[in-house]
Design a protein around this ligand. Structure first.
Ligand code: GLU
Length: 289
């Protein structure tokens, strides 16, 4: 039988905050419940949003929280050749095309690209995926059940390589999940509506579709996602247990009494034996601070 393999894939845009801890813990629990592996990937394709030193900080925090990863830590910035190869395949098969439209021209047409605006020319074209008319993608999410999206109507032809030369997240994540043989993709529900694009790319690149589970997002009192790059407080590396316990409850899991002397690794060991994915809520979780 194939070994189950999950991953946590933070973007190095700041220190880990409670929302990223929730994704780290959720992905770790899903991977370990069946004795699978848990890998780490630093998603640093977006050089503009990257904060120097953030990746190292994130790895140190994960270690302090007791998370031990399998496999080497992958960095997307080392993997250009893989993304280029996938892009070449899509271009050669006619699934991708060079696009000279400006962002403002696409915005003026409602923000959804269905055809290039004639006559536009730029020195730095982007590359987009050609999404066929009537493109309905369906998949089963372990938390949200059956999900579907008309990718042509809701998203349109989406970018694979940006005008500034950076790889788009959608392409990089699909190539990496495929190349690293991921069977479980567990992450925040803000990425639920990216998943149909990723499933579509998997089909075009002849890659298997992993199992997906999208976890509740932590939101502020206004319903906005608490993210690394906004005002969320980083988790306290010096005191992991309270933050782990809070994330456990946000995953809808039943309270359990851990010894206050427990190490975070002992806590994780106890938690995985009690983990019940069926309890994970579908709705966002409000973080009051
Ligand atoms: N890099 C993304 C983030 O930090 C996660 C992507 C994924 O898990 O597919 O939000």
């Amino acid at each position: 039988m194939q070994t189950r393999r999950g991953r946590f894939a933070p973007s190095p845009t700041g220190p880990l905050h409670p929302g990223s801890l929730l994704a780290a813990l959720g992905s770790w629990l899903f991977a370990h419940r069946g004795g699978g592996e848990w890998w780490l990937r630093i998603e640093d394709v977006d050089r503009i949003r990257e904060v120097p030193g953030a990746a190292g900080e994130q790895l140190a925090t994960l270690t302090a929280f007791g998370f031990v990863h399998d496999g080497p830590v992958a960095r997307q910035s080392d993997r250009d050749a893989l993304y280029a190869e996938a892009l070449d395949c899509l271009l050669a098969a006619g699934h991708a095309f060079e696009c000279h439209c400006s962002r403002s021209a696409v915005e003026a047409q409602g923000g959804i690209h269905r055809a290039c605006i004639p006559g536009l020319r730029r020195s730095d074209p982007s590359i987009r995926l050609r999404v066929p008319d009537g493109c309905l993608v369906e998949f089963d999410d372990l938390v949200h059940g059956r999900c579907s999206q008309r990718v042509d109507l809701d998203v349109g032809d989406f970018v694979l390589r940006r005008a500034d030369g950076c790889w788009a997240y959608q392409l990089a994540v699909v190539v990496d999940d495929g190349a690293q043989s991921m069977t479980d993709v567990v992450r925040g529900a803000d990425l639920l509506d990216s998943t149909p694009r990723q499933v579509l790319l998997q089909r075009l690149l002849d890659l298997p579709t992993p199992d997906y589970a999208h976890l509740p997002l932590l939101v502020d009192a206004h319903g906005h996602k608490l993210s690394k790059s906004t005002s969320a407080h980083p988790v306290d590396r010096g005191d992991p247990l309270p933050a782990l316990h809070a994330a456990w409850l946000q995953l809808g899991q039943e309270k359990f009494a851990a010894s206050p002397q427990a190490t975070s690794q002992e806590w994780l060991h106890d938690a995985v034996a009690r983990f019940d994915p069926a309890r994970i809520p579908r709705v966002p979780h409000m973080e009051l601070s």
